[in-house]
Design a protein. Structure first.
Length: 326
């Protein structure tokens, strides 16, 4: 799904709340030319019966963001808790009562020619209404890309570094033009790494298998949620090990995970059905568990969630639309 953002959205940019349409960057911005930014993706899920918007594992996302910024020596001068508070404030100021995607972005902002980074950093958080990223209800058709996953010694995949997403863009472009819904990238060793924007799991003999973090994958937070749910709720053995390309063609089930995609079943890979080509029982069970957990319907996993609205922060607050962050 491609989302055109409303220019009137209230966003957070370098310490200020402002309209999206007012947040401008210069044409010589370092990150625009050299990819020297680090981003995140965070989800909010709307629970209609509880009239509540739940933000999923926000402190963990901000902790990852700050650490990844450290790879490029970008400073975000706020703690994960402060960043979480800003995120909640954005949701309230925008009066969101729907599923939401949040995009934190930090980048090298000096405006000049020359690749050497300096200490000028900028950061923004943009939250917007966001539905399904991939239409996956009936399962996706994935294709193994001719592009390789970028290597840790070139640009670390775990870093969510803006420039690294040229790799994902190339693979996605190729996949879509070849009639696939999503790409699967192999790493330079020829092992399965991940999707262009999501982690990959397969099921073989009731074991859930996913590549280890040392196989050039993003250390996905959804991946971590799924591993916890699989172990504790489904009593499945979860194995992190390298996956051969041909295992994709003989596995029982496969699915992608990610903040944007959630848990998306894969029912065909390179024109071959995964097993019988229908969404398998483990995938289906995991999808239901995950959906329930992120919507606040499973008390055990409530500590993954931060509610946006409460008695002090009701649904239609009388707040200034823009201004300095408190
Ligand atoms: N791999 C890549 C390349 C991604 O861009 C993402 C999305 N952040 C993921 C995996 C999934 O990570 P997470 O579950 O933390 O969103």
């Amino acid at each position: 799904m491609q989302v055109e953002a409303d220019q009137n959205l209230i966003i957070y940019f370098n310490g200020q709340y402002m309209r999206l349409g007012e947040a401008k960057v210069g044409i010589l911005t370092h990150a625009l030319h050299y990819g020297t930014g680090v981003f995140e993706g965070v989800r909010g899920h709307w629970n209609d019966s509880q009239q509540q918007l739940y933000v999923l594992r926000a402190p963990e996302h901000y902790e990852r963001w700050k650490r990844n910024c450290g790879i490029l020596r970008i400073t975000v001068p706020l703690s994960p808790q402060q960043l979480t508070d800003i995120t909640l404030e954005l949701m309230r100021r925008n009066r969101f009562e729907t599923n939401v995607y949040v995009r934190p972005l930090a980048y090298k902002c000096s405006e000049r020619i020359g690749v050497a980074p300096d200490d000028q950093d900028a950061h923004a958080i943009i939250a917007m209404p966001f539905g399904e990223y991939l239409h996956s209800a009936n399962g996706l058709h994935a294709g193994v890309s001719s592009w390789r996953r970028i290597d840790d010694n070139a640009i670390p995949a775990r870093g969510k570094i803006c420039g690294a997403y040229a790799n994902s863009a190339l693979a996605t472009d190729e996949a879509r033009h070849s009639g696939f819904d999503e790409a699967i990238l192999l790493n330079e060793n020829g092992h399965v790494a991940e999707g262009a924007t999501c982690n990959l799991f397969m099921v073989r003999d009731r074991r859930l298998i996913t590549p280890p973090v040392s196989d050039n994958v993003l250390e996905g937070i959804t991946r971590n949620c799924i591993m916890q749910l699989a172990r504790h709720e489904m009593r499945l053995e979860v194995v992190e090990r390298s996956i051969d390309r041909s295992e994709l063609l003989v596995c029982d089930e496969a699915f992608f995970t990610g903040t944007a995609v959630g848990l998306a079943p894969v029912v065909r890979i390179n024109h071959r059905p995964v097993r019988d080509g229908a969404v398998g029982p483990i995938t289906h069970g995991m999808q239901q568990l995950y959906t329930d957990a992120v919507h606040g319907r499973v008390s055990f996993y409530r500590d993954w969630l931060t509610p946006v609205y409460d008695a002090q922060h009701p649904h239609e607050p009388e707040v200034a639309l823009a201004g300095t962050a408190g």
